[in-house]
Design a binder for this molecule. Structure first.
Ligand code: NAD
Length: 284
């Protein structure tokens, strides 16, 4: 039950009135919008911590894929957590899955939810359109949160009438394994991580080193679990491009935010990384 409530109190702590209101909120029902890499993980973690969850995406096919991914991920968690007691592991998986239902119509499910976590495409217009619509259907007490990596929360919240119940709740990929959730304005991790990833791409584009050598160097020399190109493919090249383009638009002269020809080309070819089977690397 707790992960969301605690984060919400932190997110709203700048306003004493809001934190007083936050203390009274019991988050039981969560709606997660977007069943991709992040949304599926958020739904899994919310369900595994005792919430009932509705996962929303655009088509039944996408939702079936998300559900399958959640089940596989839960089985991996159960195998470790209940290594001594596989029956308890199976029960954990079944119970968690039974707390997750799915829908292709967010407006029809948000009336009975305490918290909406949005994890759709990193595009301000698409996000604001969604929240403006949901604002009309959600209950008065419902808190809205966006998992945006780079957009200003106030720009999204301003599209609703609930700026005092709107939070940034930035999970990390893969959600079930990563312990950090940021609610800090400006998001520390991405502000440092994305320029680092793009510097690696520029190194490769200049022909200074191969992407394989750059990945090996950062894994062996800096102790990172993945090299920058492996991580770019894992995060999603479309998402990285959305972040970079948004920052470039805000601060066009900043050398850290300059577009990358190889990233633009791969995204134009729908090669988004692991999720589409090809990015900087190819996947089976
Ligand atoms: N990928 C990462 O490592 C990462 C990390 C932290 C935060 N984020 C942020 O999380 C959000 C989602 O990223 P992702 O990597 O999960 O993307 P993704 O492409 O894997 O998934 C996005 C999902 O949203 C669905 N969608 C799009 N528009 C929708 C709508 N109007 N209604 C319902 N569903 C809709 C798509 O069908 C897709 O399944 C983005 O804002 C991104 O910046 C991503």
């Amino acid at each position: 039950m707790a992960f969301v409530t605690r984060q919400f109190v932190r997110a709203m702590s700048s306003s004493s009135a809001a934190s007083a209101a936050a203390k009274k909120i019991m988050v039981k029902h969560v709606t997660v919008i977007g069943g991709g890499l992040m949304g599926a993980g958020i739904a899994q973690v919310a369900a595994a911590t005792g919430h009932t969850v509705v996962l929303v995406d655009q088509t039944e096919d996408i939702l079936a894929k998300s559900r399958k991914g959640i089940e596989e991920s839960l089985r991996r968690v159960a195998k470790k957590k209940f290594a001594e007691n596989p029956k308890a592991g199976d029960e954990f998986v079944d119970k968690t899955l039974s707390s997750i239902s799915t829908s292709t119509d967010a407006a029809s499910v948000v009336h009975s939810t305490d918290l909406v976590v949005e994890a759709i495409v990193e595009n301000l217009k698409v996000k604001t359109e969604l929240f403006t619509r949901l604002d009309k259907f959600a209950a008065e007490h419902t808190i809205f949160a966006s998992n945006t990596s780079s957009l200003q929360i106030t720009s999204i919240a301003n599209a609703t009438t609930r700026q005092d119940r709107f939070a940034g709740l930035h999970f990390f990929n893969p959600v079930p394994l990563m312990k950090l959730v940021e609610d800090t304005p400006g998001f520390i991790v991405n502000r440092l991580l994305v320029p680092y990833l793009l510097e690696a791409v520029r190194l490769y584009e200049r022909g200074d080193a191969s992407k394989e050598d750059i990945d090996t160097a950062m894994k062996l020399g800096a102790g990172y679990p993945m090299g920058p190109f492996e991580l770019l493919d894992y995060v999603g090249l479309d998402t990285t491009k959305f972040i970079l383009d948004g920052w470039h638009e805000m601060d066009a002269k900043n050398p850290l935010f300059q577009p990358s020809s190889s990233l633009d080309k791969l995204v134009a070819e729908n090669k988004f990384g692991k999720k589409t089977g090809e990015g900087y690397y190819k996947y089976k």
